[in-house]
Design a protein around this ligand. Structure first.
Ligand SMILES: C[S@@+](CC[C@H](N)C(=O)[O-])C[C@H]1O[C@@H](n2cnc3c(N)ncnc32)[C@H](O)[C@@H]1O
Length: 338
């Protein structure tokens, strides 16, 4: 047996208890193999409902290696899964797509439904982004939101496909607002809402983060470098009981720069001001280079300086399908009780 297949078997063995728990919770989306942490840098294997998604980020998988991995995964599940292999090791992958082993069936590439915490999610194995519309390492944070939203007003910032908003609605929030500037991502969020018709309606705001959060926080929307700003939706100032802030590592728009390494504060400060007195702000930093302790200190300092000191802080690590030998998870999540 190849070393790679041995590593996969060890990863599947290590997950037996977790997978049983997840299936009981109504979750069939999770990571089965986590790259260098489990012995193969740049290789991930995820299950998204009926889909089995293999992705290589450093070098393409050889045909036989892929076949062996797929067979080992299939043996671990009673129901057959639909394999999709995405080689992302280069802009234009070198793998020979005329070989049926490297192709994916129409059924596997179709829009499917995955499940997490008993909710339905649209999953799509191949699209412009790198994940099939649901970031799996955020599962524990979504579960936390579901357990702590009852009766609250919830603001989901950088909402992407609105998984956090969906969990808030399922957890009994009295109002849920999802904010993202990408209409396409919010459209998937609306699809997710319609896949869970029993949930109350959510609000969707298509806007750049900076003008939106500043208006909600009651701050002026300032011109940048004296330049006229593009148009943006007008919003009334509003505070929320629970605010969720999970930005991308880096993004630039006409309104400002999202930069989790150099300037978390300019994202955090208005989000703190849009959180009600006695409310909770959950914030994330997915940049591997940022150390948890340093970032936590920065966050707590920013909260004090903004006049919103933190009464209590909790750290929420990802679940065991994202193992980390040194406990330094790229995705760091803090729960700030104000
Ligand atoms: C990494 S995803 C966030 C993941 C998300 N929080 C979740 O629950 O899965 C990044 C999102 O930020 C959005 N985004 C990036 N820059 C933005 C900006 N300046 N204003 C609003 N949304 C932005 C993107 O459209 C994308 O949906």
């Amino acid at each position: 047996m190849s070393a790679l297949n041995q590593a996969l078997r060890a990863a599947l063995d290590a997950r037996q208890t977790l997978l049983a728990e997840l299936h009981t919770q109504g979750t069939d989306c999770y990571r089965l193999f986590h790259g260098s942490q489990e012995g193969a840098p740049g290789l991930t294997i995820d299950r998204y409902g009926a889909q089995l998604l293999v992705q290589s980020f450093h070098q393409p998988l050889e045909r036989d290696a892929l076949l062996e991995l797929l067979e080992t995964c299939q043996q671990a599940f009673a129901t057959p899964l639909l394999p999709v292999y995405n080689d992302r090791s280069q802009g234009n992958s070198r793998i020979d797509r005329s070989d049926p082993v490297f192709q994916a069936g129409a059924e596997a590439l179709a829009d499917l439904v995955g499940h997490e915490w008993g909710l339905n999610y649209r999953v799509r194995a191949r699209h412009a982004g790198q994940d099939p519309l649901l970031f799996l390492d955020l599962r524990n944070a979504r579960g936390w939101v579901k357990r702590h939203s009852a009766g609250k007003s919830v603001l989901n910032l950088f909402a992407y496909t609105c998984g956090v908003g969906l969990c808030a609605a399922a957890g009994g929030a009295r109002a849920v607002t999802n904010l993202d500037f990408a209409e396409g991502n919010l459209a998937v969020g609306r699809e997710n809402a319609s896949l869970n018709p029993e949930l109350p309606a959510m609000r969707f705001i298509a806007s750049d983060y900076f003008p939106a959060i500043r208006q909600l926080a009651g701050l002026p929307v300032a011109r940048r470098h004296g330049q006229r700003l593009p148009d943006y939706p007008r919003l009334a100032a509003e505070q929320f009981d629970l605010v969720f802030l999970d930005p991308p590592a880096w993004a630039r728009s006409a309104f400002g720069t999202v930069d989790l390494l150099r300037d978390y504060q300019s994202l955090l400060k208005p989000a703190l001001l849009a959180t009600a007195e006695g409310g909770t702000l959950v914030c994330c930093n997915n940049l591997a280079r940022v150390e948890l302790d340093e970032w936590r200190d920065q966050v707590l300092r920013c909260a004090s300086k903004s006049g919103r000191p933190v009464r209590e802080v909790e750290v929420l690590p990802p679940a065991a399908d994202f193992p980390s030998s040194d406990g330094r998870h790229p995705l760091k999540t803090l729960i700030l009780h104000l």
